[in-house]
Design a protein. Structure first.
Length: 195
């Protein structure tokens, strides 16, 4: 959903670089979605498949770490790809508690088409930039990602927590495999008893 014109002009005045990044990311993701839709994929799913094609079967926890997501999100992604017939899960050969994810022949058949889509996406993104400017743009974007990531991992005081930037997908620290973050209890603690 695009921001209203007034909110976009306010954001532009307050943070022109952040707005430009947000707008680019939104447009890039929309184009990727349009290009991947005929294959039955959503943006991000092709990255997971590309990693599996390149490296073979992987532990689901390692895949979550590779794309810097939590295990619950990775489970949902793998389940969707499994329902579509693009991956299958199987127990690890040495430890049946470990889940391995592997590409299926159906996903391997998509490999050349995904490569074409990424080439098209790259050409659309770069436009008429010459190779030197492309390298410069990529370097600048990596520096910006590092800036955001290093800010996101610093310890924040409780008063600044709500205003601090959130981690970017590539720089967010993955949760420990098999562990869920602790939830705050909705029940108040019992009152202290006097002695």
């Amino acid at each position: 959903m695009a921001p209203a014109p007034d909110s976009e002009s306010n954001a532009s005045a307050a943070g022109p670089l952040s707005l430009a990044i947000f707008s680019l990311a939104r447009a890039h993701r929309a184009l990727a979605a349009d290009l991947l839709r005929p294959l039955g994929l959503h943006p991000g799913q092709e990255l997971l498949l590309m990693f599996l094609w390149e490296h073979g079967p992987q532990r689901q926890t390692d895949l979550a770490e590779h794309v810097a997501t939590d295990s619950a999100s990775m489970t949902r992604t793998v389940q969707r790809l499994e329902r579509a017939g693009f991956v299958r899960r199987r127990p690890g050969p040495d430890d049946r508690r470990v889940t391995l994810v592997e590409p299926t022949p159906a996903s391997l058949a998509l490999r050349p088409r995904v490569a074409e889509i990424w080439d098209r996406l790259e050409r659309a993104t770069a436009g008429d930039l010459d190779p030197a400017r492309r390298d410069e743009a990529a370097s600048l974007l990596r520096a910006l990602e590092q800036n955001v990531g290093s800010t996101a991992v610093t310890v924040r005081s409780p008063s600044s927590r709500d205003l601090a930037p959130r981690p970017t997908p590539r720089t967010r620290a993955p949760s420990a495999p098999g562990r869920r973050p602790a939830r705050a209890s909705s029940n108040p603690p019992p009152p202290a008893r006097g002695r």
